[in-house]
Design a binder for this molecule. Structure first.
Ligand code: KG4
Ligand code: ZN
Length: 342
């Protein structure tokens, strides 16, 4: 009997229109991502209406390309999977409607996927075996959360940001430093030339054993540093040397990384974890990856981190996680709705 399970995954939660075909949860046959960065960069952030319209234009070509690259037709598919939460409602709506229509038209089961859980799955795609329990850190533009993972499908929230997400802080600090959008990769690039110890920006650890995060104080500290405490002066950034800007970027980045690493270590200790999982856009940051690896080596934890191309939004992580829901018989109805919150 043929046990091959081939799933088409679709992702439209924010500003990437993505489709992928994954076999048996592990083998990525195709992963197509149409980025909207060019459309949003002049606004310095994602504009929901523009995102939704672009998804509408791209969704069918992207699905078609993913199927072509994978050399599969509808008859080869076992299911259609869609990330239906969390995200921007009018962006999610496009993917949800497309996935429901395709599932109905092709007579395939529909699998609903939580986008954040899918980010963690991207850390597990190439893992043969996972030693549980695991602490899972999701660091993206919209979320910074720690979970206890008992399996790919069982996650218990341990803590999350009480204000800005880490990626959001990267993006806002990039704007303060007049670096191009999206901020994260550009801060990382600029920080390479800077001294991470140049400025002692605050690390908000939220006292005691807290596993929550807060990054708005750090962002404000960078703003004050660049514009003066009273905020009345001219933005100093225009007169800063490239070295000074690089020092601010490196010192800010180090403050975020220190916080993420300390909190992850704290969570691992609290639950007696053997493994650390890390995914989400900010997990693409090389300095973070190295610092997390150093911490894990020191405390004999296994680090499983998403491969860089799977850190930012994609549909391979959606189709991969859907395999496990498919095997568990967890299907969605054609009345599936987008849900903005997690
Ligand atoms: O996971 P993602 O693609 O979308 C959300 O689900 O939010 O994450 C996007 C976020 C953005 O804030 C972006 O600036 C950040 O991830 N990011 C990075 C890097 N690459 C992307 N942050 C730091 N360093 C990077 N190399
Ligand atoms: Zn994401």
């Amino acid at each position: 009997m043929d046990k091959t399970v081939t799933i088409l995954g679709i992702e439209t939660s924010c500003d990437e229109t993505a489709a992928a075909v994954v076999r048996n949860g592990k083998e990525i046959l195709s992963s197509v991502v149409a980025s909207q960065v060019k459309l949003h960069e002049k606004y310095g952030g994602v504009v929901p209406e523009i995102a939704s319209r672009a998804h509408l234009e791209k969704i069918l070509p992207v699905v078609r390309e993913a199927m072509e690259q994978a050399h599969v037709g509808p008859e080869d598919l076992s299911a259609v999977a869609i990330a239906n939460q969390p995200g921007l409602s009018i962006a999610l709506m496009v993917g949800v409607t497309a996935a429901k229509t395709l599932a109905f038209g092709w007579n395939k089961p529909l699998v609903a996927i939580n986008h954040l859980h899918a980010h963690l799955q991207s850390a597990l795609i190439s893992a043969e075996h996972i030693h549980l329990p695991a602490v899972a850190l999701i660091v993206s533009g919209g979320h910074t959360s720690l979970y206890e993972a008992q399996s790919a499908l069982e996650l218990k929230l341990l803590g999350s940001t009480i204000d800005d997400a880490a990626g959001e802080a990267f993006d806002k600090v990039a704007t303060i430093l007049n670096l191009p959008y999206p901020g994260g990769p550009n801060i990382e690039k600029t920080a390479r030339q800077g001294n991470p110890k140049a400025i002692d920006f605050p690390r908000s650890l939220l006292e005691g054993q807290s596993l929550d995060f807060s990054f708005s104080g750090l962002k404000t500290a960078v703003l004050y540093y660049c514009q003066g405490q009273d905020m009345s002066g001219q933005n100093r950034v225009a007169t800063m040397t490239p070295q000074e800007i690089a020092d601010v970027a490196a010192s800010f980045q180090q403050a975020v990384i220190d916080t993420l690493v300390i909190k992850t270590r704290r969570a691992a200790k609290q639950i007696g974890a053997r493994t650390v999982l890390m995914g989400g856009g900010v997990a693409a940051n090389s300095t973070l990856r190295e610092a997390m690896q150093v911490m894990c080596d020191k405390h004999r934890l296994i680090l499983l981190v998403a491969p860089k191309p799977l850190c930012t939004d994609n549909a391979a992580m959606v189709a991969s996680l859907a395999y496990y829901k498919y095997q568990a018989g967890q299907f969605a109805g054609l009345d599936l709705e987008p849900i903005a919150t997690s």
